[in-house]
Design a protein around this ligand. Structure first.
Ligand SMILES: [Zn+2]
Ligand SMILES: [Zn+2]
Length: 166
């Protein structure tokens, strides 16, 4: 992840440019200005982005951005920007309510969808394969670590045997 001192990579630059263009669209639509948000790429897991209303801050997921740059820039960026714009125009309202939907539709010309449809395989929690006497089981990283450290044993509900790593 680039710190502010590093040269910004092209995707990060495209992200910032898309945010700016969303703000320009909104400013010409409403004929007013909006304060620009602080932007970071410090988001992990399966969420694509988040808007922090009181701090006027946006966070985006660099892995999902890199894997789905077009859809990310087209939809995720205006989705999160719309949350901040709704906050500035209406204060606290339902996150994906009528005001947000109208922001997506009327300002950005997009279908207001609340969830992204990216393949999250690369950011999904990893699991470990274990076996009993009747089937294979997938253990979470947390459970796998407990077994590895000898802190826990897990029994199959089907056959009652202790699970062993495959
Ligand atoms: Zn949202
Ligand atoms: Zn079993």
């Amino acid at each position: 992840m680039p710190s502010s001192a590093d040269p910004i990579d092209p995707l990060h630059r495209a992200l910032l440019a898309r945010i700016e263009s969303c703000y320009r669209q909104a400013e010409s639509h409403f004929d007013r200005t909006f304060p620009r948000p602080a932007v970071s790429l410090r988001m992990r897991g399966q969420s694509a982005g988040a808007a922090h209303l009181q701090d006027n801050r946006l966070r985006f997921n660099p892995v999902l951005l890199a894997e789905n740059p077009d859809a990310f820039l087209t939809e995720v960026v205006p989705h999160e920007v719309a949350h901040l714009l709704v906050w500035h125009c209406h204060g606290r309202v339902a996150p994906h309510g009528a005001q947000w939907q109208s922001m997506m539709r009327d300002v950005f010309g997009l279908v207001p969808r609340t969830r992204h449809q990216f393949d999250v395989a690369s950011v999904a929690p990893k699991t470990y394969a274990y076996r009993c006497q009747c089937q294979e089981h997938q253990l979470t990283v947390r459970r796998h670590n407990k077994v590895s450290r000898g802190q826990a044993r897990y029994l199959c509900r089907g056959c009652g045997a202790a699970l062993k790593p495959v």
